[in-house]
Design a protein around this ligand. Sequence first.
Ligand SMILES: [Zn+2]
Length: 330
Amino acid sequence: MNVASRVGASVAALAAAAIVAGGPAAAEQQPLSIVATVGMIADVAENVGGDCVAVTTLMGPGTDPHEYQPTAGDVRRLSEADLILYGGYMLEEQMSEVLGRLGERRPALALMEAATDPAELIADEEEAAGIDMHLWMDASLWSRLAPTFAEALAEFRPECREQAERNAEAYVERLAALHGWVADAIATIPEAHRYLVTAHDAFAYYGEAYGIEVIAVQGISTMAEASVADIRETVDAVVETGVPAIFVETTINPRTVQAVAEAARQRGHAVEIGGALYSDALGEAGSVAATYVGMIFANTRTITEALGGDLPPLPAALADWAEEWGLPSA
Ligand SMILES: [Zn+2]
């Protein structure tokens, strides 16, 4: 059975259970209430679902999903949702027990797992799922969540299928354009400086998709503190590569990366903090990084400019978004 039909079958069963529980009339009239764990997943649901969904997000800007422990209020919100949407692949490491328990009573979908095949993802044997779960860092890969979500939504709201499929198609097109633009932007960085030094290893997909070598102080998960050896190794890499800037992350204490920069300076290498990257959460509401497209744009702008590249205008497919933010587009 392929992934799509597997998702269809499991979500259909969940949807049928929900309709029995909630009554068919109530289930068809209201927008489907969805609680998403992280903003990147909520972005997919909102863009694809449109009027058919009402989406809220548990973990806001600056929240680290690897360490996040659900509050009593979160559990209540999750248990009242028509559909719980989470990433899976142990992204929500500390929530996995709660998600498993709620998933027995409420429809719950691990959207990243439903949309991808582990064999095509970046393996990491140190992780619980054996997989690097930071899939959103590759816009092309991430766009696959859109048709998967459209299919899931149609099981709950058959009347929304056509609109959701159209929206998913548009989302995929925008992300394809974004994907090409990021690759173009990174290619403007002088080759000798194409190193991305960050706090934790969230950027492997980004590095692979867009052609920049990633060096992280910490591993994929942030559950353990960075060790002295981790910091020393990163300092060595910074000094050896001669990279002009390294980056903090919005979901991680900047102390470790600041220590790396300070140690590199003491060894005579002038390195700056190039800015804060959105690794595992969207930016604040009202900021350019408040959406998925904006998150990838903001990261790419920060990286490209700090490492001496020259940001190209945004593609025509993103012209409306660019205009909203006063950014140049083709
Ligand atoms: Zn992470």
